[in-house]
Write a new protein. Structure first.
Length: 248
């Protein structure tokens, strides 16, 4: 209990020295940082009535944990749910100093263990809660499952699947040095190992398939290594996805 009090007091002193920033309504705000020493990614969607929904995951495990809460001023209270049951609580503030932040105290479901969390805003997607990737047809899960399949296929050298999901012609490089335009499926298959070289695989292995950055150009995986969009002629009733850029 004494440790919890110390954590709370130190957090209050720190945040009073910083200016509040506005967590915008009707947007997904994506944060990265830590709970204690564990690395996490957390995404929040603020509704106009101050309600907040979202999710977070520990980067070591990549299992989404759902969040529901409320913001009052710059104070945020959020309960996390695992298997539809309360599993923990975030109590913190949003503020800015050198960067926009969300920091405070996380407490477990039994209220016996607490840790400081420190998160920095990474990106914003201005779309609806149910349809984060609103410039593409399909649900949030549809988009993220395609990205997950893409990542797995690259790492496992599933050349056929990747070649069937490329938007041709595709400008990329061979072994990160030689520019090339891939004109068709066969050329992609012939150059697969040079496009998806080991350094590139090592990079994408570290990135999650959840809560991706998006804009009018499509959905981005990693820090821009891969961009996807809908296949040509997709409709709201019949759609699929395609890789439109590989920045290797």
């Amino acid at each position: 209990m004494k440790k919890n009090i110390v954590l709370t007091i130190s957090f209050i002193i720190w945040t009073t020295l910083c200016q509040a920033f506005e967590l915008d309504t009707n947007q997904w705000s994506d944060f990265e940082g830590t709970i204690g020493k564990a690395k996490i990614q957390l995404s929040l969607y603020r509704f106009e009535n101050g309600q907040i929904k979202g999710n977070y995951y520990y980067k070591k495990y990549e299992n989404k944990i759902q969040l529901i809460g409320q913001i009052t001023g710059n104070q945020i209270e959020i309960t996390e749910y695992l298997n539809y049951k309360p599993n923990g609580h975030f109590s913190g503030k949003v503020f800015t100093n050198d960067a926009d932040r969300f920091e405070g105290i996380w407490t477990d479901g039994s209220n016996t263990k607490s840790s400081e969390f420190k998160l920095t805003l990474q990106s914003i997607c201005g779309n609806t809660y149910e349809h984060r990737y609103s410039d593409l047809y399909g649900t949030n899960d549809d988009v993220e499952n395609f990205i997950k399949h893409t990542k797995t296929s690259i790492l496992k050298n599933d050349k056929e699947w990747i070649a069937n999901h490329i938007k041709y012609p595709l400008k990329t490089t061979l072994n990160k040095t030689k520019p090339i335009t891939i004109k068709d499926k066969q050329q992609l298959l012939d150059n697969f190992d040079f496009i998806f070289h080991q350094n590139f695989k090592d990079e994408i292995k570290l990135f999650s398939s959840y809560n991706l950055f998006c804009n009018y150009q499509g959905v981005m995986f990693g820090s821009g290594q891969i961009w996807i969009t809908n296949k040509p002629n997709s409709t709201s009733n019949k759609y699929d996805y395609i890789i439109k850029a590989i920045n290797n």
